[in-house]
Design a protein around this ligand. Structure first.
Ligand code: KG4
Ligand code: ZN
Length: 362
């Protein structure tokens, strides 16, 4: 009898040891990711491809009074927020910093002062913990977000057309592998998000105006005010023409109540034009390159109308469309973490002597 009890206890001990070992194993490849390229201080913890926490302290209230991001204020806010945000990401993920395998951070492109805060913090912590440091291109992150392990995400298959629509960039990219991205076309002047924000400012909307325009446009008539739809030769796009046309149109109005009485229609007409410019170009690239997987990333990918229109275009062109969940559209650190995961797998590490780069190319 005692033999049997001892045997049972032994089996139980073996079983619990296995459970603890498995838990330890599943916690391998724990990455702390830091994103500070513009006006969001963000930190995330990933275990492999799975996001354990994704924390963001945005600075919208700080910049709102100026109608756009003030670089010096952004760097100062990053300085005061980086430690609390990283601590929050660790505690939400229930991970101690000693359990980290590597630290991924945004090397560029972005505002230099903002990038310096995140990169310096990442370097210092990596030195202190004696773990690898992984620099990430922010634009890689916006597209690789589709490889996060999540029930709502269905990863695309290489090669695909990546379309990054953000406040600072508008890019059409041929993605051959995780880090083999060929820029096919981009904006030659303003980014699509910048056009949303600057036109919104003229309508009296607070910064960033994109999501407010999206909301107001839902009950507006998109055909009421026709604005020019630029169509450059080749694969580049331009947004400064529509921005200037829109701002001049507003200036020309004599009625002081014009904006308030037509706000919904103005937003709907502007949004229709901004979206049409990029949809036309996506259609051209997809046709010329014979690509049928279209992968969208960046803050403007949160726009409800562009999401609807892409589904409509996908049906008529036979495309498969990949839209990120809303919380992975605007800047976040999970996207830096997933890019970091693939570099970690390749043992593609950076060094502390690599500096942040405001104009980092793909
Ligand atoms: O990717 P992101 O967070 O930052 C950059 O890397 O630039 O993008 C921010 C941009 C802003 O211009 C903001 O107005 C725009 O994304 N945005 C939207 C929406 N939500 C955010 N634009 C249109 N519709 C939205 N729902
Ligand atoms: Zn971005």
């Amino acid at each position: 009898m005692i033999d049997k009890i001892l045997y049972l206890v032994l089996m139980l001990i073996v079983y619990f040891c296995n459970v603890i070992n498995n838990l330890k194993l599943s916690k391998k490849n724990i990455i702390l990711a830091i994103e500070s390229s513009c006006d969001d201080t963000a930190a995330a913890i990933l275990s492999g491809r799975k996001v354990l926490s994704n924390c963001i302290a945005n600075q919208n209230l700080i910049h709102r009074a100026y109608g756009g991001v003030v670089p010096e204020l952004a760097s100062r806010a990053h300085q005061s927020k980086i430690i609390p945000v990283v601590s929050q990401a660790l505690s939400k993920a229930n991970i101690d910093k000693k359990e980290l395998t590597a630290i991924a951070y945004t090397q560029g492109p972005g505002l230099l002062g903002s990038l310096l805060v995140g990169s310096t913090f990442a370097k210092s912590l990596a030195i202190a913990l004696n773990i690898p440091l992984i620099p990430i291109n922010h634009m890689n992150g916006h597209l690789l977000v589709h490889f996060i392990k999540d029930k709502k995400i269905n990863p695309p298959v290489f090669p695909f057309l990546g379309v990054t629509l953000s406040g600072g960039h508008t890019q059409l990219v041929l993605v051959k592998k995780h880090f083999e991205m060929e820029l096919i076309g981009s904006t030659i002047d303003d980014a699509i998000g910048e056009a949303f924000d600057k036109c919104g400012k003229k309508l009296g909307l607070s910064y960033p105006a994109g999501s407010q325009i999206d909301k107001l446009a839902k009950v507006g008539n998109s055909k009421r005010f026709p604005f020019p739809i630029s169509n450059l030769n080749g694969y580049n796009v331009s947004y400064s023409g529509i921005k200037t046309a829109f701002i001049n149109f507003i200036y020309k109005q004599k009625d002081p109540n014009f904006i308030s009485e037509n706000l919904n229609d103005l937003c709907a007409s502007l949004q229709y034009t901004l979206i049409q410019i990029i949809l036309n170009k996506i259609e051209k690239v997809a046709k010329d390159y014979r690509i049928d997987q279209i992968v969208i990333g960046g803050g403007v990918a949160a726009n409800s109308e562009i999401r609807n229109q892409l589904e409509v275009y996908a049906k008529s062109n036979g495309w498969k469309i990949f839209l990120p969940p809303l919380h992975y559209t605007t800047d976040n650190a999970a996207m830096i973490g997933i890019a970091g995961y693939y570099k970690l797998k390749q043992k593609n590490y950076g060094t502390v002597s690599e500096s942040a780069q405001a104009r980092l190319k793909l």
